[in-house]
Structures are given as C-alpha cells and as structure tokens.
Design a protein around this ligand. Structure first.
Ligand SMILES: [Zn+2]
Length: 165
C-alpha cells in the first residue's frame, strides 16, 4: 500500500496531480491515517480556527465551536447552524423553474422540462459560492444529503473518541 506525503495530498485536494496518479490513489487502499492527513490539510486551508470534525461537502465542514456546538461552516467562515438541521434551509436558493432560466445553463432542448423538474441552486450567503444543486420534481422537499453520527465515526471507525468534557 502506497503512503502519500502531505504535499502530495495537498496537490490532490487542489486538483494539481496528473490523472494517472489520481486514478492510482483513488483505486488503491488508503493509508490508515489518510483521514487525519486530509483533515489537517483542510484545517490549514481555511482562514478560521474552529476545529474541523468532518469535511461535509465541497467548501463545507462540520466544526466544533468553543461552546461545544457543532455547526456546518463554509470555508469563507459563514456558519449555517447546527449540523443536525439541513444547512440548505439557511442558504440562498435560486430555483430554475422556467425554460428561460434552465436555458441559461443548458442549450435549448438539452435541459429538463420545468413541468417535470426544477434545478435548485444553493448558494453561500457569505461568499456567493454555489455549494449544491438539486434536480428534483416541482414541490419536492429540500433534500437533506447527509447527517453523520460523528461520535460513532470517531469512536468506532477511527478508534479516536472525541473528547467532549
Ligand atoms: Zn461561503
């Protein structure tokens, strides 16, 4: 099993590695401390000090606040609130629900039919980054992508329980 140094993993995160190496890294078993190496790289890449517990999505993390709450935070620093509540409910939303709005990004006739599908774009109020896009039938509830069991993940999978006193 190949072990990769921090600089190689930094380049992986920044998308700077050649395809063949990315493919090799993705296809092989991960070094046992890969999670913590990637966590350290994520931590050094953000301008704030809250401890990252889990990368959540591109640009989003679950962080540990000084008051022991756990919130979803953008790499710009904007906080979306408790991770057990869907962060999208606190995001800016742009709904592409007409042919005109869908044709802004898809050539005519290649996009979805707005009678059948809407595109919902969730945007960070802090930095304006497009964080997530949902393709859903009109009226479909906001999708809650993922609610991790953070304590179990650290205790049972990583064997490094979080200190919560
Ligand atoms: Zn942001």
């Amino acid at each position: 099993m190949a072990e990769y140094d921090l600089e190689t993993l930094r380049q992986l995160k920044r998308g700077e590695l050649p395809f063949h190496l990315v493919h090799e890294m993705q296809s092989s078993h991960k070094d046992s401390d890969r999670f913590f190496k990637m966590l350290a790289i994520a931590q050094e890449s953000v301008p704030w000090d809250d401890r990252i517990l889990l990368p959540y999505a591109e640009h989003l993390y679950i962080v540990d606040k000084p008051d022991k709450s756990r919130v979803v935070k953008c790499d710009c620093g904007h906080e979306f609130g408790d991770y057990r509540r869907n962060w999208k409910l606190s995001a800016l939303v742009y709904v592409r629900d007409t042919e005109e709005k869908i044709n802004e990004i898809y050539p005519n006739m290649l996009g979805c039919d707005p009678e059948w599908m809407h595109l919902r774009e969730y945007i960070c109020p802090g930095c304006g980054t497009l964080l997530e896009v949902e393709a859903v039938p009109p009226g479909y509830p906001v999708v809650f992508d993922f609610q991790p069991d953070i304590d179990t993940f650290y205790e049972k999978w990583l064997k490094k329980p979080l200190n919560r006193e």
